[in-house]
Design a binder for this molecule. Sequence first.
Ligand code: NI
Length: 431
Amino acid sequence: MSYATQKLAEEKVFKDPVHRYIHVRDQVIWDVIGSKEFQRLRRIKQLGTTYLVFHGAEHSRFNHSLGVYEIVRRIVDDSFNGRPEWDASERLVVLCAALLHDLGHGPFSHAFENVFDLDHEEFTRAILLGDTEVNEILKRVSNDFPQKVADAIAKTYPNKQVVSLISSQIDADRMDYLQRDAYFTGVSYGHFDMERILRVMRPREDQVVIKSSGMHAVEDYIMSRYQMYWQVYFHPVSRSAEVILTKILHRAKALSESGYDFEQQPTHFKSFFEGTFSLKDYLALDEGVLLTYFQYWINEKDPILSDLSDRFVNRKLFQYIEFDLAKDYMKMRELEQLFKRAGIDPEYYLVFDSSSDLPYDFYRPGEEGERIPIHLLMPSGEIRELSRESEIVEAISGKRRTDHKLYFPEDFLTEDGKKKALKKQILELLK
Ligand code: NI
């Protein structure tokens, strides 16, 4: 028997709070889960800084990756199995792509990527194709198998059914994280009838479609995504923590560049500060490592690095106001000047941040961020785009919602001491 089709002597299961059980029968899947690059995902939280708002949100990317795998496994082994439109030889590629789609995420992904100008998708690719345990396992299937998995994740794989199971507007990734993030944050949004959606998914020539009888379950899924974005993912307080985290890394990098002498040498970050990091350096990082440095940095001589680290570790976050940078550009400049006069560095303590989301979009060929729409399979056999059939979805289709905030340390401005009048003036402007 070849490695690709080799089954475990006995099925393994992982107990999962969202899907009850995750089932593993394939030797390849079991081996990939055991690789050190995949195990690393246990040490990276799925929702970054959100645990500082919703204390239950401590779940890892390992949890989520297994969940995405399980959803895809159910689709291909139950819903698609035996249907002539589905090519069963794609099974292992799509299962591996599901399991490994977030493999390249780093600690506190967004902040880290932003400061060091990295892209987790490039790292996913580098881990799959580089000198790693995962690569060694995938290569045992066939020499070109790591590349196939990487292509499926990068959406360049020729079989578009495979691609749309992993990344489309109704894919296993989204179906898992919505439910999982709802479960761990404890919010009552994010729930929808996934069983029903899985039962009505059908493979068609170059896509996955939904039988029209499942339209209401899909509407519920779209609304739950819309609500999760605004209630959880863009929560202004977790963004405040992310802003501080970003500024800690910026500060440490700037200090390193200026030749500052750290009390505790930032060994793990050195190659990132210098832009010379390797894949090995990247894989050596996780959130435990970052949090350990933040603890050290509380005791650094540099007052900014010390203060920001203390704010993150001890959750003394920035305050925020609604702020439209385009409209209030002059006000921003004025605030920066006042902050400087008050002895507060605006580069680290006056931060504009915006988030935006498009809950669902119909097909706009050639436009930036073009998305593959959800297609319904009508009883006549005709295929119709979802927002043409559903008034609820039509109402939010193509509508981007954006939220702008300005973050600042209110405690610096209210504390007693020098420059009282100036700080009062700043607070007036920040109302
Ligand atoms: Ni994901």
